[in-house]
Design a protein around this ligand. Structure first.
Ligand code: GDP
Length: 430
C-alpha cells in the first residue's frame, strides 16, 4: 500500500511534520523528486531538525529511508545530513539510494549561481543549489547516474566530453574560471566511495516490498504551484511536485498509490518570485511571519523570510485537484489564534470578472484577491486533541475552507510536534 504526502501550494505547508507523524506506521519512506533546495522542519523527541535530502522518516528505527531515482542527489550534502542527525543521537537510519538517481555536480551549483548573477534583477530567486542546471542536464542526457560512478571507463570519457561544452559556457558566457577534468574525476571518485554503501536497485526493492504488503510513504517536496507543468511557470521548480510523479520518481506502478494526503497550511506563504494573489505586506505580514510555523516563517534551507498571505481557496482547490487528493491535512492552524478576524481569498478578479478557477500565469499576474472575512477564535488551540473541543469559530474556519476547496479535511495540525494532530470525520470523505 502506497500513500503520498504532498503539498497543495508553494511548499512549506508542513509536509515534513505530517510525514514524520505518518512514518510511525509505515515501513518505507521515499523521496521522489527535488533536491537539497528546500527543507522540511521536523520537531520530535530528538529535537528540531531541518532535513533537505533525507526523507522525514529517518527518526524511526523500523523504517527504511529511500532516495528515489527522481531526486537531484547532492552526495556531500547527504553525507553531512546523515552526520548531523547521528551526531545528535538519532540512531543510524537504514538508507538506500537509487542506482538510477542522478548526481548534482559541483558545476551545477556554480552555473546556478552564475546564471542568477547574470540575470540580476530578472533572476528566479533560485536557492542556488544547482537544481535547475541539474534537471536541464538530466533531460539533455548529459547527467551522471549514480551507477555510472562505478564504471571507470565510461565515467572518464564522459567527464572530458562534458567539460568541453561546460568550459565554453564558463569562459565565454560567465567569464569565470574553467574546470579541469582530472580534478572533477577525483571529486567523483570521492562521491563514489561516499555513496557506495547505500546504492540499491530501488524499484526492485519496492516491488518486493509491495508484494510483502509493506506500507510505503512517498514524500513530496514543495507543492502543486511549483510544478513545472501545472504550477506558476516559469517561477516553478525543475521537477514535478505531484503525487503522480511519485510513481516515476520512486519506480512503482501508479495504481499502487491509494492515498494522497495533500498538506494545506491554514494561511499562505511562498518563497522566491512569482504571482502570489493573496499576499499581504507591512506590519500585517510581519506579524504573521513572526508568529508563523514553529519559530517564524523563514526558509529551512536559506533562512530567507517567506512571503506571507491569507489562505487562498482558489489556489488550494486547484492544488488539491492536481494532486488527486484523498485527504487534506490542514496545518499550522494554531498560529491564527491571535487574529480578531481572518480574511480568506475566495476568488480572483481578473479583468473585471471573478473566478474560482486557478488561471494560467499570464492571467494570474492580473488577478486581484476577493476576500471573505471570517471571525477569529482568539485563543490558543494547541494541546486540543478532539475536533469537538476546538472553538466554534475555529471549526467554522475549517469547514468554510473545506467547502470552498471541495476536498475532505481529515487531519488538523495544531502544533509542530508529532502528537499535535486532530483527526476529523469529513462529510466529503467517500
Ligand atoms: P514542509 O517543507 O512542507 O515540510 O514545511 P516546513 O518544514 O518548511 O514548514 C513547516 C513549519 O511549520 C515547520 O517549522 C514545522 O515545524 C512547523 N509546523 C508544522 N505543522 C505545524 C503546526 O500545526 N503548527 C505550528 N505552529 N507549526 C507547525
Amino acid at each position: 500500500m502506497v500513500k503520498a504526502v504532498v503539498g497543495a501550494n508553494w511548499g512549506d505547508e508542513g509536509k515534513g511534520k505530517i510525514t514524520d507523524m505518518m512514518a510511525e506506521s509505515a515501513d518505507i519512506i521515499v523521496r521522489f523528486q527535488g533536491g537539497a533546495n528546500a527543507g522540511h522542519t521536523i520537531v520530535n523527541n530528538y529535537g528540531k531538525f531541518a532535513l533537505h535530502t533525507l526523507p522525514s522518516g529517518v527518526f524511526y528505527s523500523h523504517t527504511t529511508s529511500i532516495i528515489g531515482n527522481g531526486v537531484a542527489l547532492n552526495i556531500p550534502v547527504l553525507m553531512e545530513e546523515i552526520k548531523s542527525i547521528t551526531d545528535r543521537n538519532v540512531p543510524m537510519p537504514r538508507i538506500l539510494v537509487s542506482d538510477r538517481a542522478q548526481i548534482v555536480m559541483p558545476y551545477h551549483i556554480l552555473f546556478d549561481q552564475y546564471e542568477e548573477e547574470r540575470l540580476g534583477k530578472k533572476s528566479f530567486g533560485s536557492t542556488q543549489s544547482g537544481i535547475a542546471p541539474f534537471y536541464s542536464d538530466k533531460y539533455a542526457k548529459i547527467g551522471f547516474q549514480v551507477s555510472e560512478l562505478f564504471d571507470e571507463q565510461t565515467l572518464r570519457e564522459k567527464v572530458y566530453r562534458i567539460l568541453e561544452t561546460k568550459n565554453i559556457l564558463l569562459s565565454q558566457l560567465y567569464h569565470k574560471k574553467t574546470m579541469e577534468g582530472g580534478e572533477l574525476l577525483a571529486t567523483l571518485h570521492e562521491y563514489r566511495d561516499m555513496i557506495a554503501p547505500y546504492v540499491c536497485d530501488v524499484s526492485a526493492f519496492l516491488d518486493k516490498a509491495l508484494k510483502e504488503g509493506k506500507t510505503i510513504l512517498l514524500e513530496g517536496q514543495l507543492g502543486t504551484l511549483k510544478d513545472p507543468d501545472h504550477g506558476i511557470y516559469p517561477m516553478v521548480t525543475s521537477s514535478s511536485t505531484l503525487a503522480a510523479y511519485g510513481a516515476i520518481g520512486a519506480g512503482i506502478p501508479p495504481y499502487e498509490i491509494k492515498e494522497i494526503i495533500t498538506v494545506c497550511k491554514a494561511y499562505s506563504s511562498a518563497v522566491g518570485a512569482g504571482a502570489f494573489v493573496s499576499e499581504i505586506f507591512g506590519e500585517e505580514a510581519d506579524e504573521l511571519r513572526r508568529r508563523g510555523g514553529d519559530g517564524g516563517e523563514f526558509g529551512a534551507t536559506t533562512g530567507r523570510p517567506r512571503r506571507m498571505g491569507w489562505f487562498d481557496c482558489v489556489a488550494s482547490k486547484y492544488g488539491c485537484r492536481l494532486q488527486g487528493t484523498t485527504d487534506v491535512a490542514f496545518t499550522v492552524l494554531d498560529v491564527l489564534g491571535y487574529l480578531d478576524e481572518i480574511p480568506v481569498c475566495t476568488g480572483y478578479e481578473i479583468d473585471g470578472e471573478v473566478t474560482t478557477d486557478f488561471p494560467v500565469t499570464t492571467k494570474l499576474e492580473k488577478a486581484k484577491p476577493v476576500l471573505t472575512v471570517l471571525p477569529g477564535w482568539k485563543c490558543d488551540i494547541r494541546g486540543i486533541r478532539s475536533y469537538e473541543e476546538l472553538p466554534e469559530n475555529c471549526r467554522r474556519y475549517i469547514e468554510f475552507i473545506e467547502q470552498q476547496i471541495g476536498y475532505p479535511i481529515t487531519m488538523v495540525s495544531n502544533g509542530p510536534g508529532r502528537e499535535d494532530i486532530i483527526y476529523r470525520e469529513s462529510p466529503l470523505k467517500k
